[in-house]
Design a protein around this ligand. Structure first.
Ligand code: URA
Length: 244
């Protein structure tokens, strides 16, 4: 990529300022003062230093963050009125990050944030059947009959009924929590499924995607990078296979 693009992504200034910085000899690539903004660099191989700060240390082309999405924040990259999930990620190189799918503004929990479009596509593709597990607090008690209906496929007003799902009730210190495991991700799907059985979602939290659970040590609004092991759990692939 171009040196000025890299420096811009690193957030050190505007393109105009960056041009000046380069002109003033403030940028070094592999120890040499860089002279041209269009100079071609590979941040995974070259060492790029701005004003004595190494910008390429720890740089990775693909970045993966697990966010415990808080309520009140929208799953978008930009928004005129609301805070977005990307606003919560403050890592320097965050320009090309996007959430993998959407959680409603009032939904909490597991949200993957990445710039790896391939992985994102794979996780969201209905054909791949990646499981998403939700914890649901409901207005009314969920009966065994409800569980059968939720699992069997429901008419929620779309052309097709929902795909078979898994559902069970967890007794958490006397409080009943419905777990709903879906293989698809339709708009407001959990809420519409509960409406279809004459109930209502009071609180919704996603706790898992594929083989990876939400890290319960993350408070709502907190995030951290995924480990390689966790990435494999999500994608079922090694680093090399994934980036091919
Ligand atoms: N289903 C919903 O209704 N809302 C979400 O945020 C996720 C799944």
């Amino acid at each position: 990529m171009r040196l000025d693009k890299f420096l811009s992504d690193a957030g050190i200034g505007t393109r105009k300022q960056i041009k000046e910085y380069i002109k003033n000899g403030m940028v070094r690539v592999d120890g040499e003062v860089a002279k041209r903004p269009e100079f071609s660099v590979d941040p995974e191989k070259n060492e790029i230093i701005f004003d004595n700060t190494n910008l390429t240390e720890g740089y990775a082309k693909y970045r993966y963050y697990l966010l415990n999405k808080p309520q009140g924040v929208v799953s978008a990259t930009t928004d005129k009125h609301d805070t977005t999930v990307i606003d919560l990620i403050d890592t320097g190189f965050d320009k090309d990050l996007a959430p993998v799918g959407r959680l409603d503004k009032d939904t909490e929990g597991f949200l993957l944030i990445t710039n790896d479009g391939k992985l994102s596509h794979m996780l969201l593709s209905p054909k791949k059947h990646v499981e998403k597990e939700y914890e649901v607090l409901t207005r009314n008690k969920v009966t065994e009959e409800d569980i059968t209906k939720l699992e069997g496929g429901l008419d929620i007003g779309d052309e097709e009924p929902t795909m078979p799902a898994k559902a069970f009730i967890e007794d958490r210190d006397g409080k009943e929590v419905l777990h709903l495991i879906l293989h698809e991700g339709r708009f407001h799907q959990v809420k519409r499924m509960l409406t279809a059985i004459g109930n209502e979602v009071v609180f919704l939290k996603r706790i898992r995607m594929g083989g990876l659970y939400l890290d319960e040590t993350l408070e709502p609004g907190d995030y951290r990078e995924l480990t390689d092991e966790e990435l494999k759990l999500l994608s079922g692939k090694t680093d090399n296979e994934r980036n091919k």
